[in-house]
Design a protein around this ligand. Sequence first.
Ligand code: CMC
Length: 436
Amino acid sequence: MKLADNKATLSFSNGSPSVEMPVYHGSIGPDVIDIRKLYAQTGMFTYDPGFLSTASCQSAITYIDGDKGELLYRGYPIEQLATQCDFMETCHLLLYGNLPDAAGKVDFTKRVTQHTMVNEQMQFFLRGFRRDAHPMAIMTGLVGALSAFYHDSTDINNPEHREISAIRLIAKMPTLVAMAYKYSAGQPYMYPKNALSYSGNFMHMMFANPCEDYAVNPVIERALDRIFILHADHEQNASTSTVRLCGSSGTNPFAAIAAGVACLWGPAHGGANEACLNMLEDIQKMGGVAKVGEFMNQVKDKNSNVKLMGFGHRVYKNYDPRAKLMQETCKEVLGALGLENDPLFKLAMALEKIALEDDYFVQRKLYPNVDFYSGIVQRAIGIPVSLFTAIFALARTVGWIAQLNEMIGDPEYKIGRPRQLFTGSERRDVLPIDKR
Ligand code: CMC
């Protein structure tokens, strides 16, 4: 963060003295006005619901240029990472700031795979849930419960604890997601197989059973790995900000990540992939491509409350670069599985085409986001729709941890404590109950 030559001046129309505030440059992206002393100098807060104009922290991890449709992890474009690296390399990059060399990758992967099993007691904890519980309800519980199983790594201020809990979380998330799935299917849990890749092992825990041999399909393995890379981090989105805010109280990393999982569940955030696939299935039931026009009219009708799920983004006002990569993967997976004529994929393409030409979407700069195609890929792979957001959580865990650790290491970090504009009743006295 570099002090800029210029300063910001805030003046008031009522004659109150104006205030000067420093301006800082980042390495790329918009400058920020430092308002930390504003309250002390003016007795006023800023008002910014939804943080539309507020940088909540400084960060060197992920950069998004929403107008260009650019996403960089530690400076590397997502397109290069998705095509030239795998998820383990991406995790190393996000956590430590650099891509590993060959030996570093072997070492990091070994450290992660050593921790893929979860405490055996975890399955009994899982049994407390109904079989039809939503996987995100289960994941919120299981991730929070990790702090009870791994007491030796819960001090957020201890770098060794942070490191081991980071590795544990990355290693155990696929195991927990697969356990949640197996539990709902009434099938036996499959222990991790550490000879497999991160995504290959996840497929094995999801789709293998103890009665038969299971061979990992390399096209699907690569597709899952790409889904993980594309979802690994996305700067200060709602769940990441939740993790930072939760962690700012000094709570343990497992509890902070559980808060992120809970936030991600919402349909405006990670739950959009599930909502998007449900939407495609509903349109398909209504009559498919022939009904797209009718559905679009509902979306554009402000009284309908219907949204085109998988479209629009707070930051991207141009095509989401992850959606392009996801569409490519979608074609590859459907081709490899002989599902080229998948009606939902055709429907998604028809919706996208109409939306991109429609004034409503053009004027509002609404483009497909990553979730528009990720659901179709996951469904083709055999992942149940209700598990989609849990897979997003699995992938985002590394980003959450990287951001949490960055916050703890930031000398300017303080407990998060937003202020408010109070609009409720002024002070009043309690009347006796017969006089109210
Ligand atoms: N369908 C129809 N209209 C939309 C949509 C949509 N998907 N998204 C935004 N709009 C309209 C919105 O109604 C508003 O119109 P108006 O100006 O007439 O009131 C305008 O576009 C601006 O939208 P906004 O709600 O002010 O934008 P936002 O930045 O607050 O919301 C969003 C961003 C992602 C919550 C929103 O676009 C949305 O709900 N999209 C659908 C859900 C979705 O796909 N979410 C996944 C996001 S990407 C994955 C992730 O990072 O979690």
